[in-house]
Each structure stands twice: as C-alpha cells, then as structure tokens.
Design a protein around this ligand. Structure first.
Ligand code: ATP
Ligand code: MG
Length: 366
C-alpha cells in the first residue's frame, strides 16, 4: 500500500479539498476517499481580509492555527471514513492556504498558512507542507507546481494535451506528445476569483452556481477590451499571479470607466475574460485537447465559452482521462509529498523559472 493524503485550499478560499489516494503503479491513481470541508463564513471572511493586506501579526498567527486545525480535522475525517489506519498512510501533503503570492520584484515572497505541526500532531502522520518557497528561493515563481503531476499522470505519446485548472486563478499546463519537447505551464490570469467576488458583492451569493446568473447577461465589449488591456495577459511565462492583483478592486477600478454596464453584464464579461485569456495564451497544436479541472470545470457556461474561444482545440474535463476535476489539485499535493519523502524533485524549472529541480517542502515527522 502506497497511500497518501493530499489537501488543498486555493485562491477561491472556498474550503479544503482532501483526498486519500494510492499510486499502485506508474501513472495510476486509486482514490480511497475524499472529503470537502467548506470554510465557516467567518474564517473565509477573515482570510479574505488578510489576503487583501488587512490584518495584524496576531490575526496571521490565529488564522495559521485555525486553518491548520481545520486541515487536521479534514485528514482525520478522511481516515474515519476510509478503511485505512494512520499506520497505513505514508504521508500527508498539505498545500495550506495561500495568503499572499508576490513572486516578482526585489523582495519576492509567497505565504501559505495552516500550521503543519498541528496536522502531524493530531493525525500521527508525517506531513509535508510549505511546498512553494524552495522554488522561489531558487529564483522560480513558486507556481504553478501541479504541472509535474500533470506530466507524470496525464501526458500522452499520441496527443498534445493541455490541462487547465480553473480555481480562483486559472493555470494551464501544456504536455507535448513528443517527450523531448518541454512542458510549459503558467497562470493565464483570473478564473473564479473575479466572478466569485463580483457575484458576492452584487447578489450576496459566494459564487454563481452553474454560471446561471452570467448566462442571463451580455458581454460588454468595451469593458472586456479594457480588462484585456492589462499587461499581465501579454507577459511571457514564467509567470504566476493571485488575488492581490486580480480582485474586486481591480474590477471596480476598471468599472469607473464603464459606469453604464449592468451587474449581470459585468458577470458575463468576467466569465468571457477567463475564456478569452485562456484561448489567447493557449499553445496552438493541431488535434490538441484541453482538459479542464478545478471548481470552474463545474460551470457549464464557462466550459461552453472555452469551447467556443479555444476551437479547434477540443475542450473537455479530466474526468475523460480518469480523474474527477475536483480532485486533481489535492491528488497533486499527495503526489508532491511522496516525491519529497522519496527525495525527488517536485518542481519543473522550465515552468517556474527556477535555477533547477528542487526537493520541495518541509517535513514534519509523525
Ligand atoms: N457548480 C458550480 N458552478 C459554477 N462555479 C462553481 C461550481 N462549483 C464550484 N465552482 C467554482 O469553483 C470555485 C472553487 O474551485 P476550486 O476549489 O478548484 O478553486 P480554488 O480553491 O481556488 O483552487 P486553486 O486556486 O488552487 O485552483 C468556487 O469558488 C466557484 O467559483
Ligand atoms: Mg477550493
């Protein structure tokens, strides 16, 4: 048994996705259990404030503890619901919760919280956490880290593939059929982060379920062009971004130049922004398939628009290559923990821009 727990909470700050998986053979993933723990509203709100630079060292310390406790609880629940004992689990990979991600500039940093000592202590399982900072120290973007996992499990000798994770931010991995060609990967820009923030601001709902609200609106071309003029979309990779850039203030600042656009049309335009920025940055290869994953893969309107903008590339989800779109990221962090404890690298320098391959994370022994 080669069983691992992977836990992830991304920029949407919706909650913790936890998975118990084993890797029975090369390129095989077997799922033993999954568990989603939504953040309580008050935690989500506090995390949101902290991530927008509103908070004190005490707030940071308290949230580190509270989020760590929730991650530990998720792992414990997963084990309760599965037929495995802690002794049968080789390790936990905990991404934690990103609070700030500022990889560019003279004082680059990336900050994930969710105290891993609590996870190791409360589960009795060796825990790997803080995956991103080593890549940053080696001159990389520290993101995206999932492309190494995509390469290990989803590459195909007969087909060029792209994996598109639609979390708060969208990240794209290109897996060439030719193994001699490099894998590329980067954040294309916002996915759900802006749609969630605008939806919450206008309707009080934390997200636009199935894109139903966006579907009632029309794309406003002037607003769309203005949003698309942001320099991030033109930048060459390696690049990564977060909600310190793409947030409600970014939308509202642009909207001061477009005062007549209705709320529903803004929502529809933000959805279009995600689809178009992916399409514009998509490597074009004949016969390529795009496999979406992450929460945005549950949004049929977003998938429809991706299919339209990315054509002739076929758009589907990772369910068609054996992994439920909701569990790709958490599985990746289970696998990254396995890499770390095996003394193997987890980053792809050609993706992050790091000086070389690095063993990622810090280990907190059981
Ligand atoms: N049925 C649905 N319809 C529309 N959007 C959905 C649906 N289900 C989930 N989502 C969107 O997916 C988001 C959560 O996705 P996910 O958990 O993959 O993102 P994340 O936590 O930001 O992860 P990361 O940034 O690391 O990829 C929600 O905030 C919501 O916007
Ligand atoms: Mg999430």
């Amino acid at each position: 048994m080669d069983a691992w727990i992977g836990m992830m909470s991304g920029t949407s700050m919706d909650g913790i996705d936890a998975i118990l998986v084993s890797f029975p053979a090369d390129r095989q993933i077997q799922i033993h259990g999954t568990c989603t723990t939504p953040y309580p509203d008050v935690i989500r709100q506090r995390l949101g404030n902290l991530s927008q630079n509103r908070g004190s060292p005490d707030e940071l310390g308290e949230l580190d503890h509270l989020v760590g406790a929730l991650f530990a609880e998720s792992a414990a629940r997963l084990m309760d619901e599965s037929d495995l004992e802690p002794g049968q689990i080789s390790g936990i990979g905990s991404h934690g919760q990103t609070i700030r991600h500022q990889p560019d500039g003279s004082t680059p940093f990336t900050l994930q919280i969710g105290d891993p000592t609590l996870i190791a202590e409360r589960t009795g399982i060796t825990t790997v956490a803080d995956f991103r900072r080593r890549d940053l120290a080696a001159g990389g973007q520290a993101a995206p880290l999932v492309p190494a996992f995509h390469k290990a499990f989803f590459s195909d000798a007969h087909e060029d593939r792209c994996i598109l994770n639609l979390g708060g931010i969208a990240n794209l991995t290109h897996l060439p059929a030719d193994p001699k060609k490099p894998v590329t990967g980067f954040d294309t820009g916002p996915a759900n982060a802006l749609m969630d923030a605008w939806c919450k601001d206008q309707t009080g709902q934390s997200f636009d379920r199935d894109g139903a609200w966006a579907d009632q609106g029309q794309v406003n071309q002037a607003l769309l062009s203005d949003l698309l003029s942001d320099a991030y979309f033109q930048r060459q990779p390696p690049k990564s971004t977060g909600t310190e850039k793409f947030n409600l203030d970014w939308v509202k600042t642009t909207l001061t130049r477009h005062t007549q656009v209705s709320g529903v049309d803004v929502q529809r335009t933000l959805l279009e922004l995600t689809a178009i920025t992916v399409a514009q940055q998509l490597p074009q290869h004949p016969g390529m398939t795009l496999f979406a994953c992450g929460g945005g893969a549950k949004n049929p309107i977003l998938l429809r628009e991706l299919q339209r903008t990315c054509s002739p590339c076929t758009v589907t989800t990772t369910a068609n290559i054996g992994l439920d779109p909701q569990w790709v990221e958490a599985s990746a962090f289970a696998w990254l923990a396995r890499q770390t404890l095996a003394g193997l690298p987890g980053n792809l320098p050609e993706v992050t821009g790091a000086k070389g391959e690095r063993i990622l994370g810090a280990v907190y022994y059981a």
